[in-house]
Design a protein around this ligand. Structure first.
Ligand SMILES: O=C(O)CCC(=O)C(=O)O
Ligand SMILES: [Fe+2]
Length: 595
């Protein structure tokens, strides 16, 4: 059991992994590298590392240790950081307001980073973590320490993996659970690594407590001095999310008990404004990462939950990206588990899953500009990297038309060359492409893909098309030109006087529910529905889609206003006008030729 605070208990490495989201690894660096790096850092830290200041109740304190940041993404000779410089702006610095020494990583430090990377990969093969920053801390003696804290997350984002390498004297590194203040203490002799996994900054705090010098395990070269390097992966794309607090300085992003918040920074000033607010984007990002990790860690669960969702349309209030990642996670999870069970020869599971993989049809739906194509391409890449062939199929009622290139958000020719997508540019603009025509073509594509052992990924925003593909088209009689002509004549006066309400009443007289579902002024849909209700259906239901394992996902934006803005700003109005003119001319020319 863990002890309450104050009664720190040293735990064995095995115990630690059960008690806290952390791992201790011994002798991770080759011993010569560890010694050489220690010597190098002892020298460098004496010259260049510095204390920072922070404020408690209005009083400024200097950190009882010296620190420096190493940016591993910089090549030697590149960037502003040089061996002896400090910077005003320090991309990975957590003490945001007082410049921290910023040093150029040596070849030894880079080698150490590679060892740390390999160690993390060994424990989490699917993790994309790789260190881009190393924060150095120098503790000269037992008074030098760092109090209980979780790390600032501004440059790392939510749920970071942070890996500490200890060199020199043996000090205690402690972890404290925020919910009950129970503490575990880890002795950290020279060349020991502690991996703080992604739960750690949410649920736990850490510290290097003060110690009597006599209780410190001296190192033959460093004596009482301990040097630590904490390796982190920066996420530069988060820079734009930084927010100023009320006193005009960048706020700090932190997490406590899984809640993400922004607060006035305690670093480098004697006045604080007390700013504090929840940070919804970080909360959502943490949730996305948690979900992704669940899928990655437990493919069986993801397969089970995909199986439950079979033939169901999944709707989510999470951001498109979040949901996209879930789609990727579950598909990849399903694929990974399938391959592993297949190779283990687990016949029962194989028999259960093999057909579903064979007949798997992935459907990715959602509104314009939500990121469907990106998700589809990412999924295609992932499946391909696992040796699975894929076929992308568009479900877009506008992209089907040749020449309608502007405003239809078609992928560029370059994109199409890289990821060919079927059912784009295959209908002349003067021929109507109905949901029935599209569904027939899509089923042909899906069948052909499955025949060639490819996984079809159908992606698009035309919901009726997708509805018919997934659930089967209504088993209605095919169009009858005579009925169509009669309906067209019936609708004409309403269209001439732009009387939509009068026209829709014609349909409501047959089927109020159907009438309620039609988009205002969609005359084509109205005319088709009038036709459907007036002709005898072949059956009450839908055409069966048995034999396919349809997995449909709906990407839904977290922020609709932001999505509208994105759509608006991506539209080139002038080009759209040209495209419309071209289409009208083409239609006029064709009808002229048709007589
Ligand atoms: O020195 C250590 O092991 C920990 C340092 C630390 O917690 C930090 O730099 O945030
Ligand atoms: Fe820390």
């Amino acid at each position: 059991m863990l002890r309450q605070t104050g009664c720190e208990r040293a735990v064995s490495d095995e115990e630690l992994t059960k008690l806290a989201p952390a791992h201790v690894l011994r002798r991770v660096l080759p011993s010569q590298l560890a010694t050489d790096l220690l010597k190098e850092l002892l020298h460098e830290s004496k010259e260049m590392w510095r204390s920072s200041s922070w404020v408690v109740r209005g009083k400024e304190h200097m950190t009882p240790r010296t620190t420096a940041m190493y940016d591993l993404s910089l090549e030697a000779g590149q960037g502003e950081a040089t061996k002896a410089s400090t910077q005003q702006t320090n991309p990975g610095a957590e003490e945001l307001h007082r410049p921290r020494a910023s040093c150029m990583p040596s070849e030894l430090l880079r080698q150490a980073a590679r060892c740390i990377h390999a160690a993390v990969k060994q424990h989490r093969p699917e993790s994309t973590w790789s260190p881009t920053l190393a924060l150095g801390n120098r503790y000269d003696d037992g008074r030098a320490c760092v109090g209980w804290h979780s790390d600032f997350l501004n440059s790392l984002g939510p749920r970071p993996i942070i890996v500490g390498l200890s060199l020199g004297a043996c000090r205690r590194f402690s972890l404290r659970r925020t919910s009950d203040h129970s503490v575990v203490a880890i002795p950290m002799p020279h060349n020991t690594v502690v991996i703080m996994w992604d739960d750690c900054q949410e649920e736990w705090e850490h510290s290097v407590p003060r110690q009597a010098d006599s209780s410190i395990g001296k190192h033959p070269v460093a004596g009482l001095v301990r040097i630590s390097l904490t390796f982190r992966m920066a996420r530069p794309e988060l820079a734009e999310k930084q927010k100023l607090c009320s006193c005009g300085r960048p706020s700090v992003l932190k997490s406590k008990g899984g809640r993400y918040y922004l607060a006035c920074s305690p670093m480098g000033t004697s006045s604080q404004c007390g700013f504090w607010e929840h940070c919804p984007w970080a909360q959502a990002e943490a949730e996305r990462l948690r979900t992704l990790q669940r899928w990655e860690a437990s493919p069986e669960a993801s397969v089970a939950s995909v199986a439950n969702a079979s033939r169901a349309e999944s709707q989510s209030k999470q951001s498109a990206k979040t949901f996209g990642q879930m789609v990727l996670g579950c598909c990849v999870g399903a694929w990974r588990w399938l391959s592993s069970t297949a190779s283990r020869g687990a016949a029962r599971a194989k028999a259960f899953l093999q057909p579903s993989m064979q007949n798997l049809v992935v459907v990715i739906a959602g509104p314009t500009a939500v990121g469907k194509s990106d998700v589809a391409v990412e999924l295609a890449k992932l499946l391909q990297s696992r040796g699975r062939k894929v076929r992308l199929i568009s479900a877009d009622s506008v992209q089907v038309y040749k020449g309608l290139d502007i405003g239809s958000n078609k992928p560029s020719l370059f994109e199409q060359e890289q990821w060919p997508i079927r059912l784009i540019d295959w209908v002349d603009p003067n021929r109507p492409c109905t949901a029935g025509v599209w569904t027939e073509a899509a089923i042909c594509q899906v069948d052909e893909a499955l025949l060639h052992d490819e996984t079809p990924i159908v992606v698009g925003g035309s919901c009726m098309y997708l509805d018919w593909l997934v659930h089967g088209e209504p088993d209605a009689a095919p169009s009858d030109p005579e009925v169509q002509a009669r309906i067209a004549a019936e609708l004409q006066p309403f269209q001439d006087s732009m009387d939509w309400d009068g026209a829709i009443a014609l349909l409501a007289a047959f089927d109020e529910e159907k009438a309620g579902r039609i988009t205002r002024n969609n005359w084509r849909q109205l005319s088709r529905q009038l036709e459907v209700v007036q002709t005898q259906p072949r059956s009450e239901g839908r055409v069966s889609r048995k034999g396919y394992d349809m997995r449909a996902f709906f990407l839904s934006p977290a922020d609709r206003q932001a999505l509208f803005h994105r759509i608006d700003s991506s539209l080139d109005h002038l080009q759209l006008l040209c495209s419309v003119c071209w289409t009208l001319q083409a239609a006029y020319y064709i009808s002229f030729m048709d007589g």
